[in-house]
Write a protein that binds this ligand. Sequence first.
Ligand SMILES: [Zn+2]
Length: 214
Amino acid sequence: MIFEQLPAGGDRNFCYLIGDAERRLGAVVDPGYDTTALEARVRELGLQVMYVFNTHTHHDHIAGNAVFLRQGAKLAAYKEARVNPEVKLDHGDELFVGRVPIKVLFTPGHYLDAICLLVAGRKLITGDTLFVGCIGGTGFQGSSAEKQFHSLFEILLKLDDAVEVYPGHDYGPTPSSTIGHERRHNPFLQRTNFEDFLWLKAHWEEYKAAHGIP
Ligand SMILES: [Zn+2]
């Protein structure tokens, strides 16, 4: 299986390349403002890109879609996403890139059309729902802290501790993590009470300063 995390420009955005090396089939996730690295890897590996997935439709995660759609890839996003996806995804759907299974988890909160992608049962692309040591903001139109709380605790934290976490931005101390590590160390995931969770969202800058988090 091919699974690569690559820089995508923007605000330390990450995009991802998933593929079946033997069958030369691939999928890209969240092509951003800069698709140079992603395009280079697709070429080097000789992949035909079947799908462009968007974890949500904020501009920094969809800016590079056209590059791959022009080459015949299909756009795959949440069924009600405003990009009008050709492949309309819903919670629990499973797609295949060659023999590599990609399972869709609907995780609204940071944005109303946010999904996470579980690749081969062990690598979770979390978009802006969960970062290493942090979570996505909910101060936008189309955001909901309540839905995010549910998505984090009732969907993502139900996954096995060994599942690896691959976020949409390089905001943490490491570029990737695991569900187990985040469950134990991510300050937001310690707040199992919604009021406490909201308090931390409102006081995150103070909390970071007090705990020496950059
Ligand atoms: Zn976003």
